[in-house]
Write a protein that binds this ligand. Structure first.
Ligand SMILES: Cc1ncc(COP(=O)(O)O)c(C=O)c1O
Length: 315
């Protein structure tokens, strides 16, 4: 991620952009032969739901071509990313969302998709790639693990829902409403003095727990402390994206993550403005009492992806 993406308060149109200089340095340090694929997540979830520009995707593509590496997209929020390109990238304002999506797709060799996001479905997703031989291998693996290629473990009605969702998600009226309602929450919290990642992300508002709970050191998980307080006070279910998620190193030691955030992800077409106003009230109430919150410790954690199932206790 570019350096601007690690500064929550900084306004920047494409904070999800990949740092292409760092990418090239990493490829040289590890050796291209040891890197199976380059992945770009659109929009960048762990960086605050921030978009990636077409220009940046082209630059990443050029690095991939130079080292003969495939470029894959984690495209689960491709439509929200395309909307931000439409709104913010030079020369894109008169283009259709569908055309922008096609441009994004043409730059990649493949994609993963969680259709629970911009597929607008309850379940499902897909893995897509241009390499036919690799696709055959993946299909064979799919039969062993989930189901026949034509349904991939999904019920027919779920495939229908995804097909319909993909048609609806690129509707500019829907996208305008969607991105605006997320910004409504971020703007209200900013106005109330609550530090949030600026500008608002596409699918979520990210509270800057490190800044709000500056008395709690990162290794005492300020993001987890804030997420817990929001749940206890108002039943608001957010998720820590910070040192719990990224702090543990392969050797078992811990270092602070680049940021300690709490993600308030907003389900599509679910909440009314009064629900969001309730969230604003609760977050503001908790933020006013931030100095009373204490850090947390991990009671037990799994060997991998600990943020999903670790258990915590108060310090
Ligand atoms: C960027 C991104 N990729 C992938 C996933 C995983 O999706 P799923 O739970 O459908 O596997 C998520 C889930 O939140 C996500 O945000």
């Amino acid at each position: 991620m570019i350096a601007e993406g690690k500064r929550p308060e900084l306004e920047h149109p494409f904070k999800g952009n990949m740092d292409v200089v760092a990418l090239e340095e990493l490829i040289l340090a590890r050796g291209a032969q040891n890197i199976p694929v380059v992945f770009v997540t659109i929009t960048n979830n762990s960086g605050g739901g921030q978009p990636v520009s077409l220009a940046n995707l082209r630059a990443v593509r050029a690095v991939c071509d130079k080292y003969d590496l495939p470029l894959f997209l984690d495209g689960c929020r491709f439509a929200e990313n395309a909307w931000f390109i439409h709104e913010r990238e030079e020369g894109q304002q008169d283009r259709s969302i569908v055309d922008i999506v096609r441009d994004i797709g043409a730059l990649a060799d493949g994609m993963t998709m969680s259709a629970k996001k911009d597929g607008m479905a309850n379940i499902g997703g897909w893995l897509a790639m241009n390499d036919d031989a690799l696709a055959v291998q993946c299909r064979n693996m799919l039969i062993l693990t989930e189901g026949f290629p034509t349904y991939g473990g999904l019920a027919g009605r779920d495939l229908e829902a995804i097909a319909q969702g993909l048609a609806e998600v690129v509707d500019p009226n829907y996208l305008r409403y969607r991105i605006r309602s997320t910004a409504y929450l971020a703007d209200a919290l900013s106005a109330a003095g609550v530090p949030v990642v600026r500008p608002a992300g596409g699918h979520a508002v990210y509270l800057d727990a490190r800044s709000l709970l500056s008395h709690i050191p990162p290794l005492q998980y300020p993001g987890q402390a804030l997420a817990t307080a929001l749940y206890l006070q108002g039943g608001i279910r957010g998720c820590e994206i910070g040192t719990v998620m990224f702090g543990r190193q392969p050797d078992g030691s811990e270092i602070p993550a680049a940021m300690d955030l709490v993600r308030l992800a907003i389900p599509r077409r679910t909440y009314t403005q009064s629900h969001i106003d309730y969230v604003i009230e609760v977050v503001t109430w908790v933020a006013e009492r931030a100095s009373e919150l204490k850090g947390m410790r991990i009671v037990d954690e799994p060997p991998a992806l600990r943020h999903f199932t670790a258990r915590f206790g108060p310090l």
